[in-house]
Design a protein around this ligand. Structure first.
Ligand code: DGT
Ligand code: CA
Length: 575
């Protein structure tokens, strides 16, 4: 996807113009455009091809021309020229909060500060003072800014932050006087990585709540403690902000602190046009409170239907709500099974029986047990003989057992040339086949795309597992053209996986949204290797929701019989 690249060029362009002291309107225009491009659901190159760039919000003829230039050449001539005028380290330094671009420039010219490390060293030694604009207090702010910057660099995975937040909230619920409580921020929007945890609560005794919160055993430092807001940091560096608000503005506060910031800005603008003020304290007309107890109220007063938190990124949800065209999103209760679980036939720890029992307790009707194929030796790939045993065992289990039905499947390796790691006659006898790339990640885009497309054309391949192969915070996905894969998926009736394993989340939200526009089906697989991993289902659901997907797009919503029917003849998989 080009979107991120284009957005980064625009952000840095704004930074450069700022150091040079250029027109602030121009700078803001670049920043706004960058934000929009980053949140865009479709590939910017596609919009470019349709010649519709200048129809995007905040993008006029000039910026549209600049986007075209980046899409065509990979960069901007103007940007490259500006870059030569300004040292690279300085560019990084100006992103520190508490330090304006002009001061940064002065520090560079007078003290040679050309990196964040150098800035930190000098601030700690109180050697920044004397440069115009710097007092001892500024040095402190700069150090805080550096800490923030480093923290911001370090985003944590959704699953660990969510379970941590749930633990804290369970503790807080034991405090007398707590009436309502919810997680807010990026965590409530279920972004794939999280910077810090935001919690909003109502209590009849805020002091007691704050005492309890700042006294929790995991607290390493208390960064702020007040009646309405406290912040703590744990030894692992996780920051938690707790806000205790009045019950009459809980909805308004929850809405505000759920964000995103870009979404809030749009909400405020809409309200302002109606002469209404919306903030974290409530909804006001002529300074009198007219609502805010419930989140629904906030939206209703400004003429919008309730917007689910996962959509609040200012990526079209406000427009959709205005037109009454918000999608009906997938929900937990729609799900009837899991498409991708490993058993102890390959590298999973659980038996077939245990998997079915766990599925049953989750309310599933069925679960597809997809173990690795023969060549993937490091992951206990199942030999052909052993697969024969598994087919018989699953059949026997389904005949005898009353817990969730099993589907006998394989996560079959896609070989270098797009052929598969089991012979056709064996594949034909499996209930479900998901194809996966586990080797030669460095193939070029054309080769990789052709390799996967070939696998998708196989009549027994029902789904492509983790289609981009990325591991969050660890490795980028391999080079593959998702647009081509999606066309092929729609044509051949092959599903694409939303792998719900927290490190993968692959397809991600952006690709899900792209898929939603194309009439193809997606399947959620937890890729569980242990029973408790099957609970990762919720992350698959949240990715689908962030990708604007409803029940119809998701294979997991089919009953056992309906699923078996479509798997028999994969053309039926076409929506
Ligand atoms: P994160 O923490 O980076 O993963 O993402 P968020 O969205 O949780 O961001 P955070 O923790 O800085 O702030 C929580 C929410 O508070 C944010 O989503 C929107 C709201 N908020 C924070 N600062 C501002 C602001 O300056 N203006 C507006 N309108 N809203 C803000
Ligand atoms: Ca946050």
């Amino acid at each position: 996807m080009k979107n991120k690249e284009v957005a980064v060029v625009f952000q840095r362009m704004a930074d450069l113009l700022e150091v040079k002291g250029e027109n602030p309107f121009r700078i803001r225009a670049y920043r706004r455009a960058a934000q929009h491009i980053e949140n865009l659901a479709e590939d910017i190159a596609v919009v470019h091809r349709r010649r519709e760039l200048d129809q995007m919000p905040g993008i006029g003829k000039d910026l549209a021309g600049k986007i075209s230039e980046i899409v065509n050449t990979g960069t901007l001539r103007k940007f490259e020229e500006l870059k030569k005028e300004i040292p690279a380290g300085l560019l990084e330094v100006i992103t520190i909060h508490g330090l304006g671009p002009r001061t940064a420039k002065a520090l560079y010219e007078e003290l040679g500060v050309d990196s964040i490390d150098a800035l930190e060293r000098l601030a700690k030694a109180h050697q920044l003072q004397g440069v115009p604009g710097i007092k001892s207090k500024t040095e402190n702010n700069i150090l805080k800014g550096i800490e923030l910057y480093r923290q911001k660099q370090k985003r944590m995975p959704l699953n660990s932050m969510l379970s941590f937040a749930r633990e804290i909230m369970a503790d807080l619920r034991t405090v007398k006087g707590i009436r309502r409580m919810s997680v807010a921020g990026s965590l409530r929007r279920r972004k794939e990585t999280i910077r810090d945890i935001d919690i909003v609560a109502v209590s009849s005794d805020p002091e007691r709540v704050m005492d309890f919160f700042t006294g929790l055993s995991m607290v390493e430092t208390i960064q702020a403690k007040g009646r309405t807001k406290s912040s703590i940091r744990t030894a692992a560096g996780i920051q938690v902000d707790l806000r205790v608000v009045d019950s009459q503005c809980f909805g308004a506060a929850l809405c505000y602190f759920t964000g995103s910031k870009a979404h809030n800005i749009r909400v405020r603008e809409l309200a302002a046009r109606k002469g209404i003020k919306v903030n974290e304290y409530g909804v006001f007309r002529n300074d009198s409170l007219i609502g805010g107890k419930e989140e629904e109220e906030v939206y209703k007063i400004i003429g919008l239907s309730f917007i689910p938190p996962e959509l609040r990124e200012d990526s079209g949800e406000i427009e959709a709500a205005l037109e009454g065209k918000l999608p009906l999103l997938l929900e937990r209760k729609d799900i009837r099974g899991d498409l991708h679980v490993h058993s102890n036939y390959s590298d999973g720890t659980a038996t077939l029986e245990e998997i079915s029992q766990k599925a049953e307790t989750m309310g599933h009707e069925w679960v597809a047990v997809c173990d690795h194929s023969q060549s993937l030796k490091v992951a206990g790939g199942v030999s052909r003989e052993r697969m024969e045993e598994k087919i018989a065992a699953v059949k026997e289990f389904n005949r005898k057992s009353r817990t969730a039905k099993l589907l006998c499947g394989a996560e079959v390796d896609v070989n270098r040339d797009g052929t598969l790691d089991y012979p056709d006659e064996l594949l034909a006898r499996l209930d479900i086949v998901i194809a996966a790339v586990h080797s030669l990640f460095k193939q070029d885009e054309k080769t990789m795309t052709a390799r996967i497309v070939k696998a998708m054309r196989h009549p027994r391949v029902h789904c492509v597992a983790h289609p981009t192969g990325r591991l969050i915070g660890e490795r980028e996905g391999y080079a593959v053209n998702l647009s081509v894969l999606m066309d092929e998926a729609a044509q051949t009736g092959t599903a694409l996986e939303i792998n719900a394993y927290p490190q993968r989340l692959d397809l991600n939200d952006v690709y899900c949204r792209m898929a939603g526009g194309r009439d193809l089906r997606l399947g959620i697989g937890t890729d569980a290797h242990r029973l408790d991993h099957m609970d990762y289902l919720e992350f698959g659901i949240s990715v689908a929701r962030r990708g604007w997907l409803g029940k119809k797009s998701i294979l997991n919503t089919l009953s056992y019989d309906a699923l078996k029917a479509v798997l028999k003849k994969k053309e039926n998989l076409r929506p």
